[in-house]
Design a protein around this ligand. Sequence first.
Ligand code: ARG
Length: 278
Amino acid sequence: MKLKKLLATGLAAIMVMGLVGCSSSSNDSKETVDKLQAIKDAGVLKVATSAEYSPYEFHKMVDGKDTIVGFDDFVVQEIAKDMGVKVEYEDMDFDGLLGALQADKTDIVLAGMTPNDERKKSVDFSEIYYTNSNVCIVKKGKEDSIKSSDDLKKLKVGVQKGTTQADYVTNTLGITDATQLKKIPDLMLELQNGKIDVIVTGKAVAQINVQKYKNVAIGNTTVGDEVAETAAAAVKKSSDKQDNAEFIKAVNATIKRLQDSGDMDKFMQEAIKLAEEK
Ligand code: ARG
């Protein structure tokens, strides 16, 4: 008797659970938004970036208007064009970009961002659209000061906060007292003032900055070089509420088109020219 009752209660519980499960899953599937369609419906692709990373993204006066330009801008304009929408930028600190994605403040991040395992835990990445190396920027005359990573450990190192360069210096090399600032131009000032001895950053970025700022040069060293600076677009992970599969597919299709046509490389050259004109 007791057993029967137990079984009956158990059965009832299972049925209730089944019902709840059913109804919630059918609700969810009704609510699931196809992100690509939503972007097309809105007519706008919201892009978050950190526009102090020339030639990837930086500010420039265009026809008397402060505009975000650069390599990533060329790429994202093509992504938007293929979707039939226009780009709307949100400019913020680099270390705030992934949070903005999570909070649905933006649709996509293009910021010369390197996909790594840590970031992949919270966001999805497109295919890699550009690969560069990392270098050390030092004061002119100090080009030979870094022969090995041990030399780097003896210097005052600066990196951009929240970047893969910061991760490399801190976690791979174990330099715990590196100066971490939010923007590359701030690091360049610290280097010029002698508050730091070296900046570890991407090669394309270094090349622009050593032209722009006096008395600095790229060091003759391969330290930093062993970790490539790749760039990919980041989007929020799909959930019950939002399906990003078609969105990512569309982004990857544009990337492939630009790579196959050779436009990707042209865009980097164009962006470097724009940055040098500045
Ligand atoms: N590639 C490096 C990273 O992903 C640095 C990117 C910095 N980008 C920027 N817009 N400030 O961490």
